[in-house]
Design a protein around this ligand. Structure first.
Ligand code: ZN
Length: 258
């Protein structure tokens, strides 16, 4: 749960995202999910620049982690890359966003559904992923830990991940010394792929559940899952790591195309 959860208005948010449709971005409705007599659209935003590299951003896989959802307008406002194409799916879980719940209308955690694809939301992410062929994925989440950290799959270069943590710190984000399992993070802010995380993914796969981080890894695509600190009262500070991370990743992915 987040401090501004009660203030989130899906209709107003959707209108705000649609207002970016124009010369710089194309905004489309990927699917509309009906719930309690109301339409809940999942939108995609694509930058129109012709570019060789694509960055896919997933906002709001968990509906009650609102900072990543609310960070999309400032991410789009700040976007200036001509060499990286930005694709954003937001909110991935619009019913969850409107209801301030982690799960979707059926009570399913979308971020466990990347084997079965029983949820329409996971199918949208899969379809956009297959259509857009991203070179890098960033998924925006929040957690109850002190400070911000990121999970990286094994296709994220370690030096690159360290650089991203440094970029967040330089922007004023406080990095977590421990993740929400209580594991110490070294360097602060980074939970890299490890023997332990790979064992966890294997176990989850055996249980027929899979998160986006492992889905990307199956396709050899680097993915970072950002876990902002949901307990921060200051909204600007809560949104900052999401906005800064997308810009920092874009800068590095731009370097790959030179
Ligand atoms: Zn989450």
């Amino acid at each position: 749960m987040t401090t501004d959860a009660a203030a989130f208005d899906l209709d107003r948010y959707v209108a705000r995202i649609r207002s970016f449709d124009g010369a710089r971005f194309a905004v489309a409705t990927e699917v509309t999910i009906p719930y309690r007599g109301r339409a809940h659209p999942v939108l995609s935003v694509r930058s129109r620049a012709v570019a060789s590299k694509t960055l896919l951003v997933l906002a709001g896989v968990h509906g009650d982690e609102s900072a990543g959802i609310l960070a999309v307008p400032p991410i789009l406002e700040a976007w200036s890359s001509e060499v990286v194409r930005l694709v954003v799916i937001t909110p991935v879980n619009p019913v969850g966003a409107a209801q301030h719940s982690r799960a979707n209308a059926a009570g399913k955690d979308i971020n466990r559904d990347f084997i079965r694809f029983a949820t329409v939301e996971a199918r949208v992410v899969r379809d956009v992923f297959e259509r857009e062929r991203p070179d890098f994925v960033v998924s925006l989440h929040e957690g109850p830990q002190e400070g911000t950290f990121m999970f990286a799959n094994r296709f994220v270069d370690h030096a690159l991940a360290r650089g991203l943590c440094e970029a967040l710190a330089a922007g004023g984000t406080v990095l977590a010394k421990r993740d929400y399992f209580g594991r110490r993070l070294d360097p602060p802010g980074l939970a890299p792929a490890s023997v332990t995380t790979r064992a966890i993914w294997k176990l989850l796969a055996a249980l027929r559940t899979k998160a986006t981080l492992a889905y990307s890894a199956d396709r050899s695509v680097p993915e970072i899952v950002l876990e902002g600190a949901s307990r921060m009262a200051d909204e600007a500070a809560r949104l900052r790591p999401h906005v800064d991370l997308v810009a920092a990743v874009a800068e590095r992915v731009a370097g790959w195309s030179r």
